[in-house]
Ligand binder design. Structure first.
Ligand code: NOJ
Length: 565
């Protein structure tokens, strides 16, 4: 077994600050708003809070474009507000994780401004070295790479034949991790933040931090003749040296927790990434979060079946096995709402939401709950593309039209997949703007706030919110904590296709987690478990004489009595 670490038994909660709680009435969430609601988060049972970026930013990608790593954007408040938040979280035995966006900065960062000046003067100066500039080729960009948000990944510097690389928006130039001076700047900044008492970081887009020696065209994967940057620039050899140095120069000095957004890590490299001596404490498991998206992008919608979820989830858990702890997520600020993503509208609600909670919360690993998931927030709907804020939605919509997708379908897809679905304001109560702000919210509130909101659910002991609290309390209880944190994950297979079941096994004790992922009743006849029910999202019992009966979306957690299999 791994050495015990302080974060092994934590349950995390992600806050998207622009949409969490606005205290000063400008329609934009702020740090004071988070501090105000810390008791709510604590009561959920959470002890790690990941706050999406609040650094100074022009907000081209909602804060994932940082223009000053040492400053708080005034929209979110001040450095004093940040320090107060860290302190108040600490008083409640919660630790704060900031988002560390160091694959790229904003083009408005002073480093980049200086770099541009140097390039325009034809100099190979210090700041030009912080970014990735290359000569254009045949009057065009250095390679055929398409950025993640669409269009070429290269932008020409006015009046020159030099181009800079941007994996994401052109307002997000990539930093050059081969440059020692740049690395020193970043280490200094990371340590500065850690000295303030942070619990650690969520690391953004780390798969792209190593760039190739030579920028060559990749195989075209679209009618535009371009090749998506992730095909050619993900987890390149040598990236491990970047991560190791970063770890030893910063994270390890503070024994902090790190969770990486590490796309495309091959299973044989998992140990390197999140093992005992891995680059990071853990990485997000994205294996099942986007099962509805086909190879051709958002408009290529694939049905999410229990069998596909089971396969993906079991594969991840098996691979991670004794290596370490994955971070398990169903929602984040880059996804639509999970109930809407996986289930038809008429099925969404308490049963569906609580079944997903059970599925996620008892896996081996660190659960990350996204704001509003615990009250069952669902997708919103807009009628015109102009109503979207999210850059990815606008790009995907245009690409769908260019690929000949009819406008109505492209709009439907945009509505369904948009990251804005996760970014609508948190629904606190049934008053105007869902109690998020007294002003005009930067993104409209989902009209279902009248019924789906914290206040209503607080008052109802049978609500999803109370179910989340009970489920987390079970996970953390004295009696079951070790099983759920350290117990081995064992898949359980029944012949009912809609059932997803697994066991957690620890020191001769076994807990069965069994969910009906479908909207029909299921009778399980090939498994005669019996034991003590620890959690059930229906009042009805599930055990017959020789069978297990599960109602639509029923989910149970049961300690198996010895010798009952
Ligand atoms: C991943 C973040 O989660 C996403 O919101 C952002 O747009 C990109 N990285 C670029 O930073």
């Amino acid at each position: 077994m791994q050495d015990v670490k302080w974060w092994h038994d934590k349950v995390a909660y992600q806050i998207y600050p622009a949409s969490f709680r606005d205290v000063n009435g400008d329609g934009f969430g702020d740090l004071k708003g988070i501090t105000e609601r810390l008791d709510y988060i604590r009561e959920l049972g959470v002890d790690l809070i990941w706050v999406s970026p609040v650094y100074r930013s022009p907000m081209a990608d909602k804060g994932y474009d940082i223009s000053d790593y040492y400053g708080i954007d005034p929209r979110f408040g001040s450095m004093e507000d940040m320090e107060e938040l860290i302190e108040e979280a600490g008083k409640r035995e919660m630790k704060l994780l900031m988002d560390l966006v160091i694959n790229h900065s904003s083009d408005e960062h002073e480093w980049f401004r200086k770099a541009l000046l140097e390039v325009k003067q034809g100099k190979e100066g210090r700041y030009a070295g912080y970014y990735i500039f290359r000569d254009g080729r045949d009057g065009g960009p250095p390679s055929n790479w398409r950025s993640i948000f669409g269009g070429s990944a290269w932008e020409r510097v006015d009046g020159t034949n030099r181009y800079y690389l941007h994996t994401f928006l052109k307002k997000q130039p990539d930093l050059n991790w081969d440059d020692e001076a740049l690395r020193e700047e970043i280490y200094c900044m990371v340590n500065w933040w850690l000295d303030k008492g942070l619990g650690g970081f969520r690391l953004d887009a780390i798969a792209y931090m190593k760039k190739p020696e030579v920028f060559m065209d990749g195989p075209a994967d679209g009618d535009d003749g371009m090749c998506n940057v992730y095909q050619v620039c993900q987890n390149l050899p040598g990236i491990e040296n970047i991560f190791e140095e970063l770890k030893w120069r910063t994270f390890r000095l503070h024994d902090c927790f790190t969770v990486a957004e590490a796309n495309g890590v091959a299973s044989e490299r998992l140990t390197e990434f999140m093992g005992e001596d891995g680059h990071f404490s853990t990485i997000f498991d994205f294996n099942y979060i986007e099962l509805d998206i086909g190879e051709n992008g958002w408009h290529d919608k694939k049905p999410v079946t229990a069998a596909r979820v089971r396969r993906a989830l079991f594969a991840s858990q098996k691979e991670a096995g004794e290596i370490g702890f994955l971070s398990n997520v169903l929602e984040n600020h880059d996804q639509n709402r999970v109930q809407s993503r996986f289930f038809p509208r008429e099925d969404q609600g308490f049963e569906c939401g609580s079944m997903l909670a059970v599925l996620q919360l008892f896996l081996r690993g660190i659960p990350f709950i996204y704001q509003g998931q615990e009250i069952g927030m669902t997708n919103d709907c807009r009628s015109r593309i102009e109503e979207f804020d999210d850059v990815a939605t606008i790009d995907q919509y245009q690409r769908a039209l260019a690929a000949g997708v009819p406008q109505k379908l492209a709009m439907e897809t945009a509505n369904f997949r948009s990251r804005d679905n996760a970014r609508t304001p948190m629904q606190w109560d049934d008053t105007a703007n869902a109690g998020f702000t007294d002003g005009m919210p930067w993104l409209p509130v989902n009209p279902n706030y009248i019924t789906v909101n914290v206040k209503t659910e607080e008052a109802d002991a049978g609500s999803l919110l109370h179910f989340y609290r009970r489920a987390i309390a079970l996970r953390k209880s004295e009696q079951y904590r070790e099983i759920f944190v350290y117990g081995a994950f064992e898949p359980v297979m029944f012949s009912n296709d809609n059932i997803i079941a697994y066991k957690r096994v620890w020191n001769g004790r076994e807990v069965l987690v069994c969910v009906n992922f479908g909207g029909k009743r299921e009778t399980i006849q090939d498994g005669a478990f019996s034991g003590t029910i620890l959690l059930n999202n229906y009042d009805e019992a599930v055990q017959g004489q020789k069978e297990f009966l599960l109602k639509p979306y029923q989910a149970v957690v049961m300690e198996i009595s010895e010798g009952t299999e």
